[in-house]
Design a protein around this ligand. Sequence first.
Ligand code: MRU
Length: 340
Amino acid sequence: MEVKSIDWKDGKVVIIDQTKLPLKETYLEIKDYRELANAIRQLRIRGAPAIGIAGAFGVCLAANGLDTVDYAEFKQRMNRIIDALAATRPTAVNLFWALDRMRKIIESNNGMKPNDIRHNLLEEAINILDEDRETCRSMGEHGASLLKNGDKVLTHCNAGALATGGIGTALGVIFTAVKQGNKIKVYADETRPLLQGARLTTWELMKAGIDVTLICDNMAAWVMQQGLINCVMVGADRIAANGDAANKIGTYNLAVLAQFHKIPFYVVAPTSTFDLSLKSGKEIPIEQRASQEVTEGFGKRTAAEGVSVYNPAFDVTPNKLIAAIVSEKGICYPPYKLQT
Ligand code: MRU
């Protein structure tokens, strides 16, 4: 059974608290959209498709909490709340994509009773979740054709079930290839500073019985040079029309190293991660996070008091380093002219 990162149950959003993994498998039941917005900000729920789904359910929580029976007032207050949910994290476009779908429900239900709109909003949020499950399945099938029995795959951050509503993006491909009978070995980057690779990817893969070895981020070049890697497979948070792909900080390093070692570098992401309004990756907003994540990650100070810190949460891999982009629609090869 795959891990369920997020679900809707009895008027509440249920998420697995990813900040507690792998030590504790704790589930949070969230009733208030402000609490959900905080959970997104604090990475209790994280990963591009999963935060889109969370945003959509956040809209449902907010709609249920509004007492008005007047359409105009409902729309005005909901639009403000949707803006607040959109302000939680800036890079993964899936959040804005999902919130736009929710906004469109309110627009197209023009003049209807808020009670009926609430029902339609919930239906749309559940569609977003269900579609993502199917999208992951389809990406897995397409992507598995890039892998062969015995392959050794390096991955970064967490691009698994925890990051989506289904089996994951890059890890979804690995789960599918293994299910098809291939023996795949995974090397998981630790992923400084918040250790999504060490805490989440290894946990998910071990739970699924997949051979995984954890390495520190700065070991990747050496591991490649030793011939231990056949390909790099990662997810993405936003992909521009020319194929430039933003993903967790450290991904670009791997793409450069992969090119030097003549190893294919693949990106796996649903079309809800494509931002065709952006010509290139230069336009992708990069989230900057608190310096404490670097100087005292997990509560223990590891850098000199008062040191200045640069902590971008994402980087952009230029399209020319990407051998293929896998989406639910199929596999794109360079030169990229992405469509949805
Ligand atoms: O800051 P995070 O943990 O939300 O970053 C997530 C990633 O960078 C993932 O690799 C990305 O969302 C793609 S996988 C669905």
